[in-house]
Ligand binder design. Structure first.
Ligand code: NOJ
Ligand code: NOJ
Length: 467
């Protein structure tokens, strides 16, 4: 869809629901939770609105073009910056539209990507205090230079992946020369944006850094998965660009990262631990985000139905059931936050985390629908018992993957989006960063760009199973 028409449609929708944030202030009661009759219509509308609100945060008028602000909020919290991670994830949801083409035509997407590319070229050479691993930039292109958790090495990896996803679509469409000239050049020192990020990733992945939540210095599952995806994809691109020794180097480093990732599969915990050697549980939505953000059906890193993944998902859910009062009120879906020990803004559920769980269940369903049975193991039994609920399972049992099981999985995905809907409220379309753990009112950064991107990618996964 043409961006202008899209904006027009949604302005109409938005003016109908003009009382915007009143929804946030309303008392949340169990009776208003179940609004499922018109759920499908709500999803479609919310997806449109998410696009409009996402685009509002791209190239705002007082910034350089290509900037993705994390949120329009300028104080409490001040999110009026371009975070490398948020920018890459948001633009990756834009790139995915090139193949889905539901809302935009390719020229519109490419225009957004050209701006992003120009911006990346502006910030990459600025040597901020965190080097290429600098987490955030002022909207005029200066690296943030006050004290901050740095470096955050997921950023360059995610950015390379977004640009490579774009490059591969352009290449297939016959624009190989553009890619080789502007995105990946086989030269050292690296100047082209993808190669610059890949060189950084391949030479620095072994160094501890701050995690995606900008709090913990160490070795992180999420960061390593992003680095692994970047280097696997990078090796293919390097080979295609006839940069053979680079392809070999990226592959070798990728293999070592795979090996290092093994350390996060913690057998005494029984699940994937997000950061090595901390005193925390290690349960974190970042593990699920890692799978979603590195998903490539042609080169899976770790399957959605892997027993360790299922064990982690079940344990993350249970941890959030325990810590949030909101999860003890008898509503169907579990409110999901970053990690159970979180204290930022009081430690609350986040929209991007809740939407990620929806997306996870949709992707799991798509993957399991390829199988006829799944073997129950000591690791996945908990997940399937929680899902099926009505009867106990036995280890080694073959659980049939029938319509009933698949529907339970997609319904569970839908429940998370219903949870999101509930906290958006009936008179609003906006998603802040968080909703409060006891009463569910929204809080922290308003119109968080990543909240909208996470809704859009969840809807994409949902559409894929409907197809
Ligand atoms: C700001 C970061 O963006 C957030 O992730 C973190 O939780 C707080 N600082 C507290 O360190
Ligand atoms: C705080 C989050 O923890 C971090 O992941 C994010 O990049 C920034 N906010 C900006 O949205």
């Amino acid at each position: 869809m043409n961006k202008k028409i899209l904006i027009l449609c949604v302005t109409i929708i938005a003016s109908i629901t003009a009382s915007a944030n009143n929804g946030i202030k309303r008392q949340i009661t169990a009776t208003t939770f179940d609004q499922s009759e018109d759920f499908e219509n709500w999803l479609v509308n919310q997806e449109y609105v998410s696009w409009v609100k996402l685009l509002d945060n791209v190239s705002p008028s007082d910034s350089l073009r290509g900037v993705v602000i994390a949120s329009p909020s300028r104080h409490d919290p001040d999110y009026y910056y371009h975070w490398v991670r948020d920018g890459a994830l948001v633009m990756n949801s834009v790139v995915q539209e090139l193949e889905a083409s539901n809302y935009f035509n390719p020229e519109e997407i490419n225009e957004l990507m050209f701006d992003y590319l120009t911006w990346v070229r502006t910030i990459q050479p600025k040597n901020g205090p965190g080097g290429l691993g600098e987490a955030k930039y002022f909207v005029d292109g200066r690296p943030y230079d006050l004290p901050w958790g740095r470096p955050q090495n997921d950023g360059p990896a995610l950015r390379a992946v977004t640009l490579m996803n774009w490059a591969s679509i352009l290449w297939k469409a016959g624009h190989k020369d553009f890619v080789l000239k502007n995105l990946y050049k086989a030269e050292l020192p690296a100047i082209s944006p993808i190669k610059k990020d890949l060189e950084y990733v391949s030479h620095h992945w072994q160094e501890p850094c701050f995690d995606l939540w900008e709090e913990t210095m160490g070795d992180h599952f999420y960061t390593r998965m992003a680095q692994l995806r970047a280097l696997r994809q990078g090796a293919l691109l390097a080979r295609a660009a006839n940069d053979i020794s680079a392809a070999e180097w990226y592959s070798q480093q990728a293999e070592q990262i795979s090996w290092a990732l093994g350390q996060h599969f913690n057998s005494s915990a029984g699940y994937i631990v997000t950061t090595l050697n901390t005193s925390r549980s290690g349960l974190d939505v970042a593990t699920v985000l890692a799978l979603l953000h590195t998903y490539d059906p042609n080169d899976p890193l770790l399957s959605f139905s892997n027993e360790w993944v299922l064990a982690t998902v079940a344990n993350v859910e249970r941890a959030f059931e325990r810590v949030y009062t909101l999860n003890q009120k008898g509503y169907p879906a579990i409110a999901i936050g970053r990690y159970p020990e979180d204290v930022y803004y009081g430690g609350n559920p986040w929209f991007l985390a809740t939407n990620a769980f929806a997306e996870y269940y949709y992707r799991l369903r798509a993957e399991l629908s390829q199988l006829s049975t799944i073997t129950i193991t000591d690791k996945n039994i908990d997940f399937f018992e929680r899902l099926i609920q009505d009867h106990p399972l036995k280890i080694h049992q073959q659980l049939p993957v029938d319509g009933n099981l698949l529907n339970k999985i997609s319904s569970k995905g839908d429940e998370f989006l219903k949870r999101t809907r509930f906290h958006i409220g009936p008179n609003s379309n906006s998603m802040m960063e968080q909703y409060q753990r006891d009463h569910g009112y929204q809080l922290s950064a308003k119109d968080l760009t990543w909240s909208y991107a996470s809704f859009i990618t969840a809807m994409k996964a949902r559409a894929e199973i409907k197809r």
